[in-house]
Structure formats: structure tokens, C-alpha cells
Design a protein around this ligand. Structure first.
Ligand code: NAD
Length: 272
């Protein structure tokens, strides 16, 4: 069990479909001891039984935009677990209207909310937990291809993910001196609560399925298993990386499925 003796904080479980759930599940399987956070009272009822499922009774309220929550999190972790080995940051939010229509119409308010909650929170959370994060520790966040490339409807979240990936590199440099690693997994599309806010998400899922080399979509289990590498000592020499877990979709320079002159979907290699 590669996470035996490791302890970590999982931020971003909303329900059993969350990517953070898939990561927590694998952490538990591999022997890690966990603490969890919940955003609000409605989610507390969901997160507590999930924590119990993974052998944890340590569940803290944490809105990443609330300074009082951030200021007290390290003391809570210290009291319950002592020093920890890793943080999973699986948090993102943008107002729904910013994920529909054209990017050019994004309001300043929606832009600030998306950047604050989805990008700045990686810095503020890491800084808040740093006093109880061990040397040799690991921080992991979740990105998406809509950051480095255009993806329909992803809009301001694309800009946020691009900034998040840059933040991973800057944080990796800062924390490298403490031998703490910072990496991201860029996951393929998965039907979660956060994803339900993205327009035409079913189309995005289908498109990725038919056009990825593995001809399927990723599961939270796929992401969780890859997270074990980045969170454990197996990746002791890896930091500042964006690791794709997307059935290979990001390597495609041309789609397998194309549209012919009559509007029918066909294999791209059969297109004349
Ligand atoms: N689902 C996908 O297709 C996909 C693909 C690539 C990356 N991601 C990323 O994975 C991460 C997890 O998302 P998910 O898809 O599992 O959805 P999810 O809805 O299950 O998780 C998002 C989490 O963010 C939390 N959150 C939102 N605002 C918060 C705040 N102010 N303070 C604290 N927590 C807050 C929510 O409570 C929730 O637990 C996100 O960063 C998302 O962008 C998702």
C-alpha cells in the first residue's frame, strides 16, 4: 500500500461523483489517513458519511473564500492528525451564466468569482495548511484542457484553468525549497456536479469518448489511481507538472470523427 503512514486533507468532495471522492477512495485503499472539508451545511450531510466510509471522523467547514475558515484550518488539522503529508485541492466555481454564450460577454464579477474560487484558492489553501504540511509533502490540484486550449462553453473557466496551471508552476518553485511538490492532474470530462453547469456537457463527453485514443471517457477511479503516483513518494522527483488523465484525448491533432458535406458524422480518415 503506497500511502501507508501518509495523512492528507481532501478539499472538494460534494458527493460520491466528485473527483475528490475518487481520489479519497484510492488514498483510503492505499492506506492513507484522511481529513475532509465541506463547503456549507447542505454539503456537510453528504461529506460526513463519505468521510466515515473512508475511516475518517475529521470533517471541517471550509469555504475557500472565507478567511476565518482558512485561518483556523491548520490548528484543526494539527489537533486531529498532527502534521500531514498532502493536500488535494479539487475546487472550482464560476457563475452558470458565464459558462453559457460567448466568452466576450463575461462580466467582471463572474471573472473575479471564477478566478478567486478556482485559482487564488490554491495559493490561500496551501499557505493556510503549510504550517502543518511535512517536508516531502505533496499538493495536487485539478485542471482541464479548456485551460491551454479552446473548448466550447468553458469560457472563463478556461482562463481560470490556464491561470491555475501557471500557479502550479510558481507554487512548485516557491515550495521546492521546502521539498514540497505541487502538481496538477488535467482530467478528461466527467459528469459531476461542477460539470453540470457547463453547456452541452453531454456533447463534450460524447466527443471526447469517440475521439480519444482509448475510445472511452475517464472515471473518477482513473483520476484517483493516477493521483496516487503524484501524492506518494513514487513521484518524489516530480513537481510543477500538469499530468493528463484523459484517455489520451489531448494528444489528438485531428479528430477521428468528422462531418461530411451532408452533415453526417463519418470517420475522419474516410473524409475526401
Ligand atoms: N468534471 C470534470 O469534467 C472535470 C474535468 C477536469 C477538471 N475538473 C476539476 O475538478 C475539480 C473538482 O470538480 P468536480 O468535477 O469533481 O465537481 P464537484 O462539483 O464534485 O466538486 C467541486 C467542489 O468544489 C467545491 N467548492 C466550490 N466552491 C467552493 C468554495 N468557495 N469553497 C470550498 N469549496 C468549494 C464544491 O463544494 C465541490 O465539492 C474542479 O477543479 C474541476 O474544475 C473537473
Amino acid at each position: 500500500m503506497i500511502m501507508n503512514g501518509k495523512k492528507g486533507l481532501i478539499v472538494g468532495v460534494a458527493n460520491a461523483k466528485s473527483i475528490a471522492y475518487g481520489i479519497a477512495e484510492q488514498c483510503h485503499k492505499q492506506g492513507a489517513k484522511l481529513a475532509f472539508t465541506f463547503l456549507n451545511d447542505a454539503l456537510k450531510k453528504r461529506v460526513e458519511p463519505i468521510a466515515a466510509e473512508f475511516g475518517s471522523k475529521f470533517v471541517y467547514e471550509l469555504d475557500v473564500n472565507n478567511n476565518a475558515h482558512l485561518e483556523t484550518i491548520a490548528d484543526k488539522i494539527k489537533a486531529d492528525l498532527g502534521e500531514i503529508d498532502f493536500i488535494v485541492h479539487a475546487v472550482a466555481y464560476a457563475p452558470k451564466e458565464a459558462l453559457e454564450g460567448e466568452f466576450i460577454n463575461t462580466t467582471k464579477e463572474a471573472f473575479d468569482i471564477a478566478m478567486g474560487t478556482s485559482v487564488y484558492s490554491l495559493l490561500s489553501l496551501t499557505r493556510a495548511v503549510l504550517p502543518v504540511l511535512k517536508e516531502g509533502g505533496s499538493v495536487l490540484t485539478l485542471s482541464y484542457l479548456g485551460g491551454p486550449k479552446f473548448v466550447p462553453h468553458y469560457n472563463v473557466m478556461g482562463v481560470a484553468k490556464a491561470a491555475l496551471e501557471s500557479a502550479v508552476r510558481y507554487l512548485a518553485h516557491d515550495l521546492g525549497a521546502k521539498n514540497i511538490r505541487v502538481n496538477a492532474i488535467s482530467a478528461g470530462p466527467i459528469k459531476t456536479l461542477a460539470a453540470s453547469g457547463i453547456g452541452d456537457f453531454r456533447m463534450i463527453l460524447r466527443y471526447n469518448e469517440v475521439n480519444s485514443p482509448l475510445k472511452r471517457n475517464v472515471s473518477t477511479e482513473d483520476v484517483g489511481k493516477s493521483a496516487m503516483y503524484l501524492l506518494s513518494d513514487l513521484a518524489s522527483g516530480v513537481t510543477g507538472e500538469i499530468h493528463y488523465v484523459d484517455c489520451g484525448y489531448n494528444i489528438m491533432g485531428m479528430a477521428d470523427i468528422a462531418v461530411d458535406e451532408n452533415g453526417n458524422t463519418i470517420l475522419a480518415m474516410d473524409a475526401k
